[in-house]
Design a protein around this ligand. Structure first.
Ligand code: G3P
Ligand code: CA
Length: 349
């Protein structure tokens, strides 16, 4: 009797399609101090597709890479960035509270801080552009740089013009304009960028429901919509609707393997994560044997875990940002006003 050969077992495919952009949130904050050149050099070494970062203006008008309006959480300094000169900001230790494997920095004196006192500083924005231009003069890697313009914060700029006035010329002079995206939670700031240079791609960050922001993004020609990965209506359906409107969807910040896999299954274009090597592995792409930055390894730091573990103290979910409600209301107001104005203009044309 002839016996049919056993069918070869189908090799399991990657959990996330390898085309999904791996965006290193704040440079991959689990593996190096967030928003520092230590983190961006490490992200480059790991082979990510995108360097995500945040900007603030110093008292003397320099654009620096730091998430918060204040120095306190991520450095040993205190007070608002806008009240300090670049020299004063750069005198602070930006590795002071970093703990490997923590995701974004949440200072905890009980945890190890292997880069404290090792000269890590807050970089100027141009340093990131210089790094990418020098190390990756061609290729598909991108910089996604956020204008932090948050209603209620000390440096809130209702017109959305102050950072754009410095950032847009920097992007235009960088030689990396086609590989740079400007993101913001504050829609007017993105509209200012588009009005200054319509060829610069913009990315609208959203809090709360995705659908109204998608409508807004379509009307105001934003290129990318970035909902929180926990948004209630983020689904394959909303992603498909965005794609039908010609928009990309790149959620922030899934960090566990489960989160990255389930968000990837919605058909998103990218994922912004503090654990970019976790996403690389889920995509079946090469993962370096060490995840933490060279500087941290040289300082004797233990390696980071590959992916977040929400059950562990180090990577507990962040509490909701205090500005979230205010921002959601301000964002929705901007959505309604701009959408209405655009509709009226279309009807009267
Ligand atoms: O760019 C997406 C993400 O960075 C937005 O949240 O607060 O980490 O800047 P946040
Ligand atoms: Ca950001």
């Amino acid at each position: 009797m002839l016996v049919a050969p056993a069918a070869a077992a189908a090799a399991p495919g990657p959990a996330v399609p390898p085309t999904v952009v791996v965006s290193a949130h704040r440079g991959g904050a689990a593996y190096a101090p967030e928003n520092t050149m230590v983190a961006y050099r490490n992200a480059l070494r790991l082979g990510v597709d995108q360097y995500e970062t945040d900007t603030q203006l110093t008292k003397d008008g320099k654009l620096v890479l730091i998430h918060d309006a204040a120095l306190d959480r991520t450095t040993d300094g205190t007070g608002n960035v806008q009240d300090h000169t670049l020299a004063e900001v750069q005198a602070c230790d930006a590795g002071y509270d970093w703990t490997p494997g923590q995701g974004v920095t949440q200072p905890d004196p009980a945890l190890p801080h292997p880069l404290r006192g090792h000269g890590v500083r807050v970089p100027e924005a141009r340093e990131l552009f210089d790094l990418v231009r020098a190390q990756q003069p061609t290729g598909a890697t991108t910089i996604s740089i956020e204008i932090k313009d948050i209603p209620g914060e000390a440096n809130f700029d209702a017109t959305g013009t102050k950072v754009a006035a410095v950032l847009v010329p920097l992007i235009e002079a960088s030689g990396l304009k086609a590989r740079t995206i400007v993101q913001s939670f504050y829609p007017p700031a993105l509209n200012v960028v588009k009005s200054m240079d319509s060829s610069i791609k913009t990315q609208l960050l959203t809090i709360g429901a995705t659908t109204p922001y998608l409508t807004y993004g379509v009307v105001t020609t934003q290129d990318i919509i970035s909902p929180s990965s926990t948004n209630p209506d983020l689904s394959a359906t909303t992603v498909a609707a965005a794609h039908a409107a010609g928009k990309q969807v790149i959620p922030y910040t899934p960090d566990t393997a489960t989160e990255l896999t389930s968000v990837g299954a919605y058909g998103v274009d990218g994922e912004i994560t503090n654990f970019p090597a976790c996403l690389l592995q889920l995509e079946g792409r090469p993962v370096a044997s060490r995840l933490i930055a060279d500087e941290a390894a040289a300082a004797g730091s233990p390696d980071s875990r590959l992916c977040a573990d929400r059950s562990a103290q180090l990577t507990a979910a962040l509490p909701e940002a205090p500005y979230a409600v205010l921002l959601a209301v301000a964002g929705m107001l901007a959505v309604v006003v701009t959408t209405t104005v655009a509709r009226r203009r279309r009807h009267s044309a």
